[in-house]
Design a binder for this molecule. Structure first.
Ligand code: PRT
Ligand code: ZN
Length: 223
């Protein structure tokens, strides 16, 4: 019996639809039951694991799933966090994917007197990506106090919780609506296809080797 290849994708969020569409376009079909964690492919020995995007890097790094589709922002944040606590943090980057594009930026209230990066020294910055933020700022010799939030970062300055924020931006409408101005892009991101770093069985590796040129074909056709 062929072993089943497992792929982790975001269950519901900004990457979900395009992750499924990409696999479908590669000929990998699923009949999705919205409530289910696992979806079995009807065309290939492939199982989809549908989880929070934050869980995808760890599942791949721990070898619990074979492949994952996840934003580079989450991937790199989890990698830094796991490295810091001594957990497995290796993976193979297979392909950048042409969706999920965004940037992680530092933004300050419109009325703030921020001019250069050094003005952030000693300030409180609210972020959901503390590791990416601190790496960038430390590389630039800036020390800040991190205010860790898991959401609603954009209201932190108005609520008096922080002097600035570090959050994902795509159109900039959220910053604008909250009276914030983007000052510094610290990380550019898109979705990535990643593979666990250990050796897979020949069957599984053969499936991946078949999938990759199809992904390239699908992405090229869209350009
Ligand atoms: O439930 P789960 O944990 O799986 O989902 P989530 O809520 O953590 O993630 P989700 O679905 O919001 O985003 C998944 C991934 O999409 C992110 O990790 C990024 O890789 C990518 N992505 C692309 C974005 C954005 N664009 C984006 N604009 N993720 C979030 N945003 C948010 C941002 O945080 C801010 O609140 O959208 C707002 C800003 O958007 P603009 O257009 O107003 O600038
Ligand atoms: Zn998430």
């Amino acid at each position: 019996m062929t072993e089943r290849l497992t792929i982790a994708i975001q269950k519901s969020g900004r990457l979900s639809k395009e992750s499924i569409s990409l696999l479908n376009a590669c000929g990998v079909k699923f009949s999705l039951n919205e409530a289910r964690l696992i979806a079995h492919s009807t065309s290939h020995p492939i199982d989809l694991l549908r989880v929070r995007d934050d869980d995808i890097p760890g599942l791949v790094m721990d070898g619990v799933v074979d492949l994952g589709l996840v934003g580079e922002n989450v991937l790199e944040e989890v990698r830094l966090e796991r490295q810091a606590v001594g957990e497995a943090a290796d993976y193979k980057a297979l392909r950048p994917l042409d969706f999920g594009g965004c940037r992680l930026s530092i933004a300050v209230p419109r009325e703030s007197d921020f001019e250069k990066l050094e003005d952030l020294n000693g300030k409180r910055i609210a972020s959901t990506y503390p590791y990416l933020m601190q790496r960038y700022l430390k590389n630039n010799g800036i020390n800040v106090k991190n205010v860790n939030l898991t959401g609603s970062v954009e209201v932190a300055p108005r609520a008096g919780l922080a002097d600035a924020i570090c959050d994902l931006v795509s159109t900039g409408a959220t910053l604008e609506a909250n009276g914030l101005v983007e000052k510094e892009v610290i990380f550019r991101s898109q979705a990535q296809l990643i593979q666990r770093s250990d050796k897979l069985t020949a069957d599984k590796q053969a499936m991946i080797d078949q999938l990759l040129p199809r992904i390239d074909g699908v992405q090229m056709a869209k350009e």
